[in-house]
Design a protein around this ligand. Structure first.
Ligand SMILES: Cc1cc2nc3c(=O)[nH]c(=O)nc-3n(C[C@H](O)[C@H](O)[C@H](O)COP(=O)(O)OP(=O)(O)OC[C@H]3O[C@@H](n4cnc5c(N)ncnc54)[C@H](O)[C@@H]3O)c2cc1C
Length: 813
């Protein structure tokens, strides 16, 4: 078959991800799609995968993606005639200590919240299911009966055949060598056998995806790491339908294969492959066996399955796989190029993800919009920092090493820090700041009081910062605190049509006079929430946009991509030009009055306004907003003056009890005030109506905006889900999110956020209550509620109004 000179969509890479994407593009979208593979299909990482297929992740959408994989693998043979080797053996995860057991109780609750039946079983039950296992050290295990295993090469060949059956053309031995580009768009894919003009490109080049992306100027931050497993001779007594096993406390996994065992693990000292280019001719190749490095797994595995000591090793596989700095894969539209999409970096669960990832990626490529909330895997979660190869490698190795460690709530990474610091870093350290890191920025999470070590001590229950954060919280409610939020992402949009552009992009009405600011969501075509930010009008033709630290690349790309064609509106990222100090609390005005000559009275500077004021000789953009429910200002300070302005605030604030406050107190404060967090409480899966943000949507104005049609279509139809607030009085309970919501004993949803409100003295959670028959106020308040927290039912109350309302100076319980 000759290589065509044109195709609508070119998929690069013939591993499981490329084949699945091509299959779904052809099957679901009847796209004119070709796939180019430099060697043979499966010859990259896919052919040597172990083939364990797990489904549960901490994101509901990603769990849905993995469940889809299983459904696809079950039925593919019937369509293509090629078997996938799918075997539903179930998976046992072993626990040998109480923290791990608590982790599993939370995991099992998450599974139930996501509609999966994970059970916890006793050591005796484990022994019954897997008699060859040593179980004397077990507390128990989790059991997910619908997990299983499959043959990676067979699935891929089956998907490839299915793709061809639906009209895709697959070419082996064709290497992509470059791209012909114009104005940030790929016009042609260049190969060693000729050029192909195309509309869109999907980079599914596995561990080569970074260098293939670089040919188009895009960054795919992944790191190839050597991953090893062994395949043993037959193990007498091993059942062919034995469940797969994950033994995280011993860092190992097992799977039955032709009567023997596949056994591998995640060591704390992984070995990166190259930080340079991966050789193009790495086809069906492995590294030399490294028994010295593997010995640590061998020792642990024999203690778990003693019979292993007596069987020979048939083969050792030491292959490269691409891992990422946060352990999640990389999907979606590359922000640096208008028509390249990526599906790569699968962190050794590419076989489990392949079917579903191809499904959602194909939809994304065709629509230009993610079909679900795929934020945790979205390529726009990265930033310039991720172009630093060494940083990516260091952080990725840390993430790999933590693959099987216990996941404590609020855990931070240690590697590659500090990377970006605010001008206040050294000052805040002197106040005892304990920092967390977000998109490379060091941010104060909390402040250790005198006599306490400035360090997180992780635990499954309350952690060491619980009391100090309570004191910070109270301080903001009673006096005044200053938050260093310099890491906020900030953009300016300028041009004579800037307002027109933002009218279309924003759900709320931003067409206010200069000096006003607007809290708004940005909606997708389904009416789902793609961003949540503040837009301040500086002048007729100039807007200042502020959003969360982690959303910097995503929101910039979303806004830029949706500026209607032909308008004079330019968006620039000015994040590093401004430090941000949020001065919040009942005494905020007194402090501000003491450092500026500007009139900051309520009459002169009301809520929802922005003004330039002078502090310590610097001109500052002061925004009268709040995320904590108190009087306050965000002060956006020229970055070089941040230190002086902070010092001036601290000096003038001494008389009013000022102190620095961290992000963990901020979280508690916002939960009490009912402010939603994007990425958890509000996501692309949730409409503004469902989120209770209909008041911030300009449907009454005759202005077209993104998402309007979808919301209008919903009209006044009853909502099938609605965000509500829940409290739990029992102080011993710890909410971390994903706890199941029971209404009159029936599951109706799960928590999207969970934490503690120190003023109300209760645990607080947000979550969507669902009911196909419609969820109105009467439905919400008409039930009696419990939350399932780590498998225990606890009494809860529902609230439709914020718990804390400083204007009314009252606390609702
Ligand atoms: C030892 C080991 C065990 C594993 N076990 C499991 C497991 O149990 N369960 C699980 O889910 N996952 C497992 N994985 C992970 C799984 O193998 C990968 O996540 C998955 O195969 C990735 O598929 P891919 O399509 O992204 O990459 P690949 O299979 O590497 O495919 C990418 C393809 O792109 C091609 N390509 C690159 N550059 C070009 C170019 N310029 N032009 C044309 N083509 C190009 C390559 O030749 C390659 O074939 C394991 C991995 C390893 C290493």
């Amino acid at each position: 078959m000759a290589l065509p000179s044109h195709a609508q969509i070119v998929v690069i890479g013939g591993g499981i991800i490329g084949c699945s994407t091509a299959y779904h593009l052809a099957r679901d979208h009847k796209a004119d799609v070709i796939l180019l593979e430099q060697g043979k299909l499966t010859s990259g990482s896919t052919w040597h995968a172990a083939g364990l297929v797990g489904q549960l992740r901490s994101s509901a959408s990603i769990t849905r993606v993995l469940k889809y994989s299983v459904e696809l693998y079950k039925g593919l043979e019937a369509e293509t005639g090629l078997a996938t080797g799918w075997k539903m053996t179930g998976c046992l995860r072993l626990a040998t200590n109480q923290d791990r057991w608590t982790e599993y109780k939370r995991l099992a609750t998450t599974a139930k919240s996501f509609g999966m039946d994970m059970q916890l079983v006793s050591p005796e039950e484990v022994k019954r299911m897997w008699p060859l296992m040593e179980t004397s050290d077990l507390v128990g295990a989790s059991w997910l009966p619908t997990d299983g295993q499959a043959s990676p090469s067979d699935i891929t060949q089956s998907l490839a055949k299915g793709a061809r059956m639906h009209g895709a053309k697959l070419f082996e031995n064709v290497r992509v060598t470059g791209f012909e580009m114009k104005d940030g768009r790929i016009l042609k894919v260049m190969t060693d056998q000729g050029d192909i003009a195309c509309d869109k490109v999907v980079n599914c080049a596995g561990q080569w995806a970074r260098q293939v992306g670089a040919l188009a100027g895009i960054n795919v931050p992944l790191q190839p790491v050597k991953h090893q497993y062994i395949i043993t001779e037959k193990l007498p007594g091993l059942a062919t339908d034995a469940p797969t096993i994950r033994d995280p406390d011993r860092r190992t996994y097992f799977k039955e294969e032709v009567g023997g065992l596949v056994m591998g693990g995640y060591e704390p000292n992984p070995i990166a492959w190259t930080t340079g280019d991966v050789p193009n001719d790495w086809e069906f190749r492995l590294f030399d066996d490294d028994y010295d490095h593997f010995e640590q797994h061998m020792v642990q595995a024999i203690e778990r399955v003693p019979g292993l000591a007596d069987v020979g090793v048939k083969q050792m596989i030491n292959g490269p796989e691409s891992f990422t700095p946060d352990g999640n894969f990389i999907l979606g539209a590359a922000p640096e190029c208008q028509n390249m999409f990526v599906g790569a970096g699968f962190n050794a669960f590419g076989i489990a993800s392949g079917g579903g990832a191809g499904w959602v990626l194909a939809q994304w490529v065709v629509d230009g919009e993610a079909p679900l909330d795929l934020w945790v895997v979205d390529i726009r979660r990265f930033s310039g920092l991720h172009r630093d190869r060494q940083w990516v490698s260091d952080r990725t190795l840390e993430a790999y090493g933590k693959h099987y460690t216990i996941g404590f709530p609020h855990e931070e990474y240690d590697s590659g820090r500090p990377y970006i610091v605010s001008p206040l870093y050294e000052r805040l350290k002197k106040y005892g700041a304990v920092f967390g890191s977000k998109l490379g920025w060091e941010r104060p999470n909390w402040f250790a009081p005198k006599g306490m070590e400035a360090k997180d001590v992780y635990a499954m229950g309350r952690q060491n910062w619980f009391e100090p954060v309570g004191a910070e919280h109270a301080h903001v409610r009673e006096a005044v605190g200053v938050f260093d939020q310099s890491s906020f992402a900030k953009y300016e949009m300028t041009g004579k049509d800037a307002q027109q552009a933002l009218d279309f992009i924003c759900a709320n009405d931003v067409s206010k006079p200069a000096g006003r600011l607007t809290y708004t969501q940005l909606l997708n075509t389904r009416g789902g929430i793609e961003a949540d930010l503040t837009v301040a009008r500086l002048a007729e033709d100039k807007f200042y946009i502020v959003t969360g630290t982690g959303f910097r690349t995503h929101d910039l790309a979303w806004i830029s991509d949706h500026i209607p064609e032909g308008l004079d509106a330019r968006l620039v990222d000015v994040t590093e030009q401004f430090g941000t100090l949020s001065l919040m609390g009942p005494n905020a005005r007194k402090v501000l009055e003491a450092v500026t000559d500007a009139d900051v009275s309520n009459a002169a500077f009301p809520f929802g306004h922005i003004k330039e004021i002078a502090i310590a000789g610097a001109t500052i953009r002061a925004l009268r907003v709040t995320y904590v429910g108190e009087l306050g200002w965000e002060l956006h300070v020229p970055i070089e003056a941040t230190g002086e302005v902070f010092d001036a605030l601290m000096a003038a604030g001494a008389a009013h009890g000022i102190r620095p406050v961290g992000y963990r107190a901020l979280e508690s404060l916002r939960l009490e005030k009912g402010y939603r967090a994007w990425g958890s409480d509000i996501t692309p899966n949730d409409t503004a109506f469902e989120a209770g943000l209909g008041w911030a949507v300009k449907l009454k104005k005759n202005i077209d905006f993104l998402g309007r049609k979808a919301l209008e279509k919903l009209g006044n139809a009853p909502l099938t889900k609605r965000l509500a607030c829940f409290t739990v009085d029992d102080k011993e309970v710890v909410l971390v999110g994903r706890e199941t919501i029971l209404r009159d004993g029936q599951p109706v949803g799960y928590l999207t956020s969970g934490g503690y409100g120190y003023t109300v003295g209760k645990n607080i959670g947000f979550g969507y209550v669902r009911d196909a028959g419609g969820v109105d106020d009467a439905f919400l308040t008409g039930g009696s509620y419990e939350l399932v927290v780590a498998m225990e039912r606890v009494a809860a109350k529902i609230h439709l109004e914020p718990l804390f309302d400083p204007a009314a100076a009252r606390v609702k319980g």
